[in-house]
Design a protein around this ligand. Structure first.
Ligand code: PEP
Ligand code: MN
Length: 294
């Protein structure tokens, strides 16, 4: 490569001494691994879809059935949530152990894979029993003792980028997981904090450029979460299509049957009808860049 990483953020030396496990060994080095029967790092782009929070049993099963029918391989949804403020109305309450039980039920009834967040060490074990992929949230990306414990489970991990972190810090956190011998690691871009767009409701901005940047130097798959990035439903479809065009190795989407009444972050989920339409458009963009969505 002509640009030998002149040292603005990641230097050539970093690739050798700071994150030798996350760095590519050569240009063709791409990690490929299966979670359940879904291959990450291949031509097919896996889809993870579901509500922000697991709200109740009936709804999570309804969502699991719908997103699976539209082609999603994984159901997303938090039973344990990193809510930004400590105040809770009954509607806003995390469903915790109950939510976990409902996720297990949704999996049992539909066969869909489960990706859900783990925030505390004491819950790693019960969550690992239900989840196919353990999600480490943005806010915990640099909680190194915690992510080390999550890595030790040997379960596949989705590592969300902190919204203020550089690619160098992101790959440093990834290295902690790989260092434990856990190779089933998926990176996730979920928006960064920058001066806002014209909408004060857009908390973050999707950093599409990190997708080719990460893939230039790391072999790890990187997926995109346009729901958290935009925080604004009308922008989710276009940013999903743009993520696919940019080379995303997976998409995470918030889907809710009644978005306006979602318990958490009601501005960001798309409804069933929009999800169906988006999946159909996503297939076209995927095929234009020689990828595939099932
Ligand atoms: C989530 O996916 O529900 C979530 C809280 O994401 P993030 O950690 O990216 O904010
Ligand atoms: Mn959220």
């Amino acid at each position: 490569m002509d640009n030998k990483f002149p040292g603005k953020d990641i230097t050539n030396e970093d690739l050798i001494s700071k994150f030798p496990l996350a760095a590519k060994k050569n240009q063709n080095h791409i990690s490929k691994f299966k979670v359940n029967n879904t291959l990450f790092g291949g031509r097919v782009i896996p889809i993870m879809a579901g509500p922000n929070m697991v709200e109740n049993e009936k709804m999570i099963i309804q969502i699991a059935k719908y997103v699976k029918k539209q082609g999603a391989q994984f159901l997303r949804g938090g039973a344990f949530k990193p809510l930004s403020f400590p105040y809770r109305s009954p509607k806003y309450n995390e469903t915790r152990e109950l939510g976990l039980k409902w996720l297990a039920k949704a999996k049992e009834e539909t066969g869909i894979g489960i990706v859900t967040e783990v925030m505390e060490e004491r819950f790693i074990e019960p969550i690992a029993k239900v989840a196919d992929i353990l999600q480490i949230g943005s806010r915990n990306m640099q909680n190194y003792p915690f992510i080390t414990q999550v890595a030790k489970t040997g379960k596949p991990i989705l590592l969300k980028r902190h919204y203020g972190s550089s690619l160098r810090d992101f790959l440093g956190a990834a290295e902690y997981i790989l260092f434990e011998g856990n190779k089933k690691l998926i990176l996730c871009e979920r928006g960064v904090s920058i001066p806002h767009t014209h909408r004060s409701t857009s908390r973050f901005s999707l950093d599409l450029q990190i997708i080719p940047a990460a893939k230039e130097i790391s072999h790890l798959p990187i997926i995109s979460d346009p729901s958290h990035a935009t925080f604004w439903r009308p922008w989710v479809p276009s940013m999903t299509l743009a993520s696919i065009a940019a080379g995303a190795d997976g998409i995470m989407l918030e889907v809710h049957p009644d978005p306006k009444n979602a318990a958490v972050d009601p501005l960001q989920p798309i409804d069933f009808k929009d999800f169906k339409k988006l999946m159909s458009n996503a297939k076209k963009v995927a095929s234009a860049v020689n990828r595939k969505i099932i």
